[in-house]
Design a protein around this ligand. Structure first.
Ligand SMILES: [Zn+2]
Length: 135
């Protein structure tokens, strides 16, 4: 393990505690779309918000990876509506629905919010890692 990386596993985003695959090249690392572009100081609070939404993120990831033309289940649509997605989602494919969910979740996770929902302090302390993107 080289300096500044975590052992989330091969192919995984290196942000401490992150459960997502690395999908975007960022310097020497492959980061997930949630952590890509964030500064070192933002990493841990993003991870904490992701952890709070892990079940939703996993549904969205599964849907986004669906083959072309696959329809989401009624339960998937219900989950999307519970996340606040509106509009003509009855007509959306699973992959479109999943990508819309991911986009919303990404925005939520990257927004600064009150300290009370910021998550475990050990995650925050680990944010001092040196693999944040430069401004
Ligand atoms: Zn990540």
């Amino acid at each position: 393990m080289s300096e500044g990386t975590t052992d989330n596993g091969p192919g995984m985003c290196p942000a401490y505690g992150c459960f997502m695959p690395g999908s975007i090249k960022s310097g020497q690392y492959w980061k997930c779309s949630f952590h890509h572009g964030s500064t070192a100081g933002e990493m841990a609070s993003i991870t904490a918000r992701m952890a709070n939404r892990r079940a939703q993120i996993e549904i969205a990831m599964r849907l986004a990876a669906s083959n072309y033309g696959v329809a989401p289940t009624a339960g998937d649509r219900k989950a999307a509506r519970e996340m606040g997605l509106k509009g003509d989602i009855e007509r959306w494919s699973a992959s479109r629905l999943g990508n819309a969910m991911l986009s919303r979740l990404r925005t939520e996770c990257r927004q600064p919010q009150h300290q009370t929902s910021a998550g475990p302090t050990d995650l925050r302390a680990a944010a001092a890692g040196d693999f944040g993107d430069a401004e």
